[in-house]
Design a protein around this ligand. Structure first.
Ligand code: ACM
Ligand code: ZN
Length: 721
């Protein structure tokens, strides 16, 4: 009896262990684990179809073995009529066979094998479980955008990313090479693009920049070819072109000399659409780009091109008249269509961000949908191809509070609005790694682990099982360690809800991943394990920290401010914007402050284009001496201080007496992000109701890059003491 139990346990644990070992991301379409193992050794032989010689060289490199033995065999064989990236991987004790119709398919199979043999220490695992895999991608376009302009990434780093993409069966590197803040690709005909345009003078006077020589690019492309990753260059027109204009000022409407950009945001200086020299420049640049890059697609940007300069430029206006266009949007369409014609004449296809839909889409353009799904839907419905990368799920420069691992995993690239035929126009998707706030050393922590979810969204079947995915991610981390990936968190590790009840705050802490252990402290006192919600009855500093696998996993700090209005009811005469509601109707009296850096932290309330006006009901007549209300400003995100803030008091909630009207003296275009507090101070002020009104500037003024758009007011806690 005992003997049989022993055998049973052995068998059970053996199969169980194999299931554990076969941990693949993205999840294969079909996987069957069978008995036995294949042992890699100096006795292993390699048999390769001549079509796959290059891939077999790569395989030998990763296995680090001679493979000239006479024992078991690895075979890379051609199998007819499979899709381009489809492959079979069959592993038995005698034979490890990968079959595909194309070198690309073989490479995808080799990457599956590579995942099976990667160990934590980076050495190759020599016993590989027997199994049968049949795999193929759901989408043909599985991309990552790397913005090497806001922050420069060195050649080796770019190649490393190509390898990491290949490892996860992603197949497109969308390489963002030109920007306001830096031009990164050498163009022989216009040397100043890299002499001047690749360098910016930071606010502290230091020089920042870099660029890729043609030799660098050739080396990167040769590397990408070995991994069967397509590199699609993005050369931005007509906006995001300040670095080019700084190099060659005649390309802009005004012709004025400007500096390479240093602020993050949207600049109003763009290429002049009325000047034929601009089109000569564009064709010259694209000619050299096409000589370098073999990709079928060239991305020409097209996003965020403010029309202000064109509306005030004689040449642009003349072009509008001559071409019978209606407005500046149609002028942008004219511009893009001219580029498209040039690319098509050279056998290439144009991709542009969804703004290229405005004013009419160029005839055969592919649209990259980023401001939501609408651009992709409109493109597909009009018979154009689309690549989906909506900010809601695909922007890895955004914090985990906006998009975490689970959000990305649940992304569905095919919008529900599309018919089956229209859906065929969705080529796939991309995650976008904009680098304004991410120098090279932070990129890993933003891209990983979220890209694991994206690889699964784009490669695997549309069936979802987050728990299964999550557990595979945990087992994938040692492989990322072996690859030197400094991955970040899966979600915001620690969050809280704080509710003010009667006289104290009830604090609950939440962990972002199931396997985090939490500790907290109050006012820098001793750390305690967090198990259940707790109360705090005075103004306090709350700190919390997390641990996962015994390693630190996130920190958290929050000020709880207990003041006269904490927890009191707020009535809104003007509603707040639903996208920036903060903590909702309690936001202005919840005792919680917004941060000085991050206006999206969930503690600010936003008003778009309108004034703000609220009445706080203190419940009874209270005596106080101070009112402080902070507002946020970051003009590049269109958030500006109110022009004035007024405080008025009342005992009946109807008849109010103004006690202060404070005019804002801070310029609307003051650099940077900051909070500014509008203070009132007078001893012995008595009231039951307080009305707080903040006046908006309304539309952004003409000197602002987004002149004419609605300005935002962002308001924090109204503190009464
Ligand atoms: C974009 O994020 N401006 C395409
Ligand atoms: Zn112009």
């Amino acid at each position: 009896m005992k003997y049989w139990l022993y055998i049973f346990c052995l068998l059970f644990s053996c199969t169980d262990q194999k299931v554990q070992e076969v941990n693949l991301i993205p999840k294969p379409q079909k996987l069957e684990i069978t008995d036995g193992v294949f042992s890699l050794s100096y006795n292993t032989n390699l048999i390769v179809d001549s079509l796959f010689y290059t891939e077999s060289d790569y395989l030998k490199e990763i296995l680090n073995l001679e493979l000239k033995g006479n024992g078991n065999t690895i075979e890379l064989l051609k199998k007819e009529v499979l899709q381009e990236e489809e492959f079979f991987l069959n592993i038995s004790e005698e034979k490890l066979k990968i079959e595909a119709s194309t070198p690309k398919g073989i490479m995808r199979g080799i990457q599956t094998l590579r995942q099976l043999i990667t160990t934590k220490k980076g050495v190759v695992k020599t016993t590989i479980p027997c199994l049968k895999i049949h795999d193929f991608p759901r989408f043909s376009w599985r991309g990552l955008l790397l913005d090497c302009c806001r922050h420069f990434m060195d050649k080796e780093f770019v190649m490393r990313y190509i390898d990491l993409l290949a490892y996860h069966k992603m197949n497109v590197l969308h390489w963002h090479l030109t920007e306001d803040q830096g031009w990164r690709v050498e163009i022989e005909k216009y040397p100043k693009l890299t002499e001047i345009g690749a360098w910016r003078t930071e606010k502290d006077g230091s020089k920042y920049g870099g660029f890729y020589t043609k030799e660098d690019i050739k080396e990167i492309l040769a590397y990408a070819k070995t991994r069967h990753v397509t590199v699609v260059p993005e050369i931005e027109f007509p906006g995001h072109s300040v670095a080019a204009i700084a190099s060659y000022p005649h390309l802009s409407c005004s012709g004025d000399s400007i500096n390479v950009g240093t602020d993050w945001g949207v600049y109003k200086d763009i290429y002049c659409a009325g000047n034929d020299t601009v089109f000569v420049f564009m064709e010259d640049v694209l000619t050299e780009v096409m000589e370098l890059f073999p990709s079928k697609y060239i991305h020409i940007g097209g996003d965020e091109a403010p029309k202000y300069r064109w509306e005030h430029c004689r040449k642009c206006q003349q072009r509008i008249t001559e071409e019978g266009l209606h407005d500046a949007h149609e002028l942008q369409s004219y511009f893009i269509t001219r580029i498209e014609k040039f690319l098509n004449e050279n056998g290439r296809q144009l991709i542009g961000w969804d703004e290229i839909l405005e004013g009419g889409l160029a005839p055969s353009a592919t649209v990259q949908s980023w401001r939501g799904e609408e651009g992709g839907i409109a493109a597909a419905k009009s018979g154009h191809d689309a690549i989906m990368s909506p900010t809601s799920h695909c922007y890895f420069d955004y914090g985990l509070d906006a998009t975490d691992l689970k959000d990305v995993y649940h992304y569905e690239p095919i919008p529900a609005e599309l018919t089956e035929d229209e859906a065929k126009h969705i080529l796939g998707g991309e995650c976008n790694m904009w680098s304004e706030r991410a120098p090279q050393e932070l990129i890993d922590s933003k891209v990983f682990p979220r890209i694991l979810a994206m690889s699964e969204v784009l490669w695997s079947s549309s069936e979802k099982d987050y728990d299964n995915f999550y557990s595979r991610v945990q087992k994938h981390y040692p492989k990322l360690d072996a690859l030197g990936v400094t991955y970040g968190f899966e979600s915001v590790p620690i969050t809280s809800t704080v509710v003010f009840n009667a006289d104290s705050f009830a604090v609950s802490l939440f962990k972002g991943s199931p396997d985090i252990r939490l500790e907290y402290s109050l006012n820098n006192g001793t750390w305690q394990d967090y198990t259940t919600p707790f109360g705090v009855n005075s103004t306090s500093t709350l700190k919390a920290r997390g641990f996962k696998n015994k390693k630190p996993y996130g920190e958290f700090e929050q000020e709880l401010i207990k003041h006269i209005a904490t927890g009191k009811k707020v009535n809104y005469t003007i509603p707040y914007n639903k996208h920036y509601k903060g903590t909702g109707d309690n936001n202005l009296t919840d005792g919680l402050l917004g941060s000085t850096e991050n206006f999206r932290d969930g503690y600010y309330q936003g008003f778009s284009g309108t004034d703000m006006e609220v009445i706080i009901d203190l419940g009874e007549i209270n005596t106080f001496s101070k009112i402080n209300t902070a507002f946020f400003q970051y003009y590049l995100s269109w958030i500006v201080l109110p022009t004035s803030v007024s405080y008025a008091i009342s005992d009946d909630g109807k008849n109010f007496t103004e006690i202060a009207n404070i005019t804002n003296e801070i310029p609307l275009m003051k650099e940077g992000k900051f909070k500014h507090t509008f203070n009132f101070e007078k001893e012995n002020t008595k009231a039951k109701y307080l009305k707080v009104s903040a006046k908006t500037v309304g539309k952004l003024p003409k000197e602002h890059p987004a002149a004419g758009s609605d300005a935002w007011i962002f308001v924090d806690e109204i503190i009464i003491n």
